[in-house]
Structure formats: C-alpha cells, structure tokens
Design a binder for this molecule. Structure first.
Ligand code: SF4
Length: 372
C-alpha cells in the first residue's frame, strides 16, 4: 500500500490547510527526489495492492512526470495483484489530451476529482480555479477516455451556500450517476483552519457561513439522497455504488501498514507513525533521504486510533478484532459505550458496535468519549 504526495497546486484555495504550494517551481527536481525516496525505502509488501497519488494536485504534474514516477514504481514493485491505483485531479487539468495520456500509462484505474460544487458562486467563494461547466466537462472527458471508476469531492457549509444550492448539487450528481459518469462520492463539511485566507476573510466579516442548522440539514439531505439513489454510505464522508468503495482508504481505516512518499507524507508500519517534513526545498536537497520525524504508538494511542477510525465507518468496531488487538480493553469499552447504546447512537450486535445514522453524525465525539 503506497501513498505518493504531490504538493503542487494551480493556486491556493481560500480554505486550504493541506501541504501544497502554488506554482510549478521545483516540480522536476521534486519528482527526481521522489524517485530517489522510492528507491531508498520499501513498502510493507513487494506485491502492491493499492496506490494513491494525493495532494496538492497530482494532475498538475502532467503526463511526462507522472510517467517517470509510475516507471520508477514499476521497477521496484510487483503490480500484478494491483486492485486500485487512484490519482487525485482537479477539473481544470482533465483535458482530453491529459486523460488520453493518463490512460496510456496503463496504471491508474480510479480518478478522484476535486469538484467541491457545481455552482459557480460556491466555487468563487472558496477561490477554486474551475467553474461548474468545467467540472461537468472534466467528468465527461474522463468517461470518454474510458475511466469507469470516478469519485468526486463535494463540500457542505460553503460561504453563502443554501440548502437549495446543495440540493441542486445533489441533483446534478444524480444525473451524472445515472449517466454512468461517477461511482463514488466524498462529501466534507468546510472547516475553518487557522492561517487560511478564509479564516482571515471571516475575521474581517467579508464572508458569511451558513448556520449550523443549515449544514446539519445538508448532511441529512445527503444521507437520504444517497440511500434513494442506491449509494452506500461506508464512512462518515464517503459513499459508493455497491462494490465500488475505495479499497485504499478502507485499508487505511483498518490500520493496514503503508508507505508514504514525498514531502509531508505519512507512513505507518503497524507500530510507528513517520512523517516527512512538509518542506519541498529540504526534501529535494535530501535526494531520497527525506527529513522526517517518527513516533512509536503507545498501546493507548493505538487503541484510540482504532476506536476513532472504526466508529467513523459503518462497519463499526469489530468485536473479534478488538479482542485480538486489545484484549485488555474489553471492560473499558463495554462500560464507556453503554450510554451511547442507551441513546441509540450505537447498535450492539453479536459481532460489532455499529454507529446508527445519528451516531455517525457524532462519530468523533463518541470516539473521544471512549479514548484512554
Ligand atoms: S486544490 Fe486542494 S490542495 Fe490545492 S490549494 Fe485547493 S484545496 Fe488545497
């Protein structure tokens, strides 16, 4: 399981707190440093089942640099068992030529497109590069290029967004779904991160956010809509047509070890978390020996992570997994989860503790109440 971080973007969206820089400076040198890091470090398995190129905006690299990375990976690993290789992309990059080039690499079988909204006013409010028309065109181009597994990201709670705008976004998504242009949906609520342009705009009173009730209504509408159109919710923010859940992300949530490459990328080997420093110049200068920090997870950290990720999924906490990994935590869990069962937020079955639909809405708070 391999994650590759591409920290370049066209420009900075106003809400963005991810590690990404605007522009193309150092892109070639960065790709060479990534290849060097690939040669130096090893994924947990030689036969790789999932790969994810995330960002930033990986589609900003263009085909030649993506090809360089794919060739380097192919030289190091066996991909004969590859189930899923995802690339994140933004609509403005998904031209017919780019998508044809991407297909010719014969590697990526899933695209995740950062659409955020089909409404131009929403997109302008968060300083995205594309407009609604380009988003539709990108999906059409991906379809015509032969990509059959396509995910889109949408955002709730955008400045000025009303429940009607959100409903129109879902109507548009439904039409695309019926047309076979997408298979998967990730929906996130806008969060205001310190140091972002949006945070400053809010402080200065230059933008206004929808109130909490509107955002809660958007989420409830989303859940009803997904049910009606036959999309399965499998995590707080993720919905898929049957059989088309993200394999890579599902494995993260099951705490499968993975190798993260690139500046700012995180790795996990089952007991340590390592993160490369989020500094492109230092990463390039290190030529493969990426500056990084690492921590050993205590048993409490490991337990808390397990609880947090499990309760954000519709599978919930698997009891046999819980007793295999944390046999000492059984009485702690049964005592701390009891009030949530009593309030209908968690349903206990013979096999698992499963969040109800209202439990999913409060997954993080429930998990925090179970933490050690
Ligand atoms: S495209 Fe994504 S990573 Fe890049 S600036 Fe916008 S939100 Fe951040």
């Amino acid at each position: 399981m391999i994650y590759v971080h591409i920290p370049f973007c066209h420009h900075k969206c106003s809400y963005c707190a991810f590690f990404s820089v605007a522009g193309r400076r150092e892109m070639d040198a960065y790709v060479e440093a990534l290849c060097a890091e690939m040669r130096r470090r090893r994924a947990p398995e030689r036969s790789v089942r999932t790969v994810y190129f995330g960002g930033g905006t990986p589609s900003r690299l263009g085909i030649a640099l993506l090809q360089r990375l794919v060739e380097q990976l192919r030289a190091l690993y066996d991909f004969s068992q590859l189930q899923e290789a995802t690339i994140e992309a933004n609509p403005e990059d998904l031209t017919t030529d780019f998508l044809r080039g991407l297909r010719s690499l014969n590697f990526f079988n899933r695209i995740s497109i950062g659409i955020q909204s089909f409404a131009d006013a929403d997109l302008r409010a968060i300083n995205r590069v594309h407009n609604g028309g380009q988003a539709l065109e990108a999906l059409q181009n991906a379809h015509e290029a032969g990509f059959t597994n396509v995910s889109i990201d949408l955002m709730m709670g955008l400045p000025g967004q009303s429940i009607d705008t959100w409903r129109r976004n879902l109507d548009c998504t439904g039409a695309l779904l019926r047309g076979g242009l997408l298979t998967h949906l990730s929906c996130y609520e806008l969060s205001i991160e310190p140091g972002t342009i949006l945070e400053r705009q809010l402080r200065q009173g230059r933008v206004e956010l929808p109130d909490e009730e509107t955002v809660a209504a958007e989420y409830e509408l989303l859940m009803r809509w997904c049910h009606d159109v036959g999309m399965e919710q499998y995590e707080v923010s993720n919905f898929a047509l049957p059989g088309l859940r993200s394999v890579h992300n599902s494995r993260y949530w099951r705490r499968v070890p993975y190798l993260g490459l690139g500046a700012g990328a995180h790795s996990f080997d089952g007991s340590h978390r390592r993160w490369n420093l989020a500094d492109i110049a230092a990463y390039v200068a290190a030529a493969g020996d990426a500056p990084h920090e690492q921590e050993t997870l205590s048993r409490e950290d490991a337990f808390n992570e397990f609880v947090m990720t499990a309760l954000r999924t519709t599978a919930g906490i698997d009891k046999s997994e819980l007793s295999a990994l944390f046999p000492w935590a059984a009485s702690h869990i049964s005592a701390t989860i009891a009030p949530h069962i009593a309030h209908g937020l968690i349903v206990e079955t013979d096999e698992a503790y499963v969040p109800s639909s209202s439990g999913l809405l409060q997954a993080d708070a429930i998990a925090a109440s179970l933490f050690l």
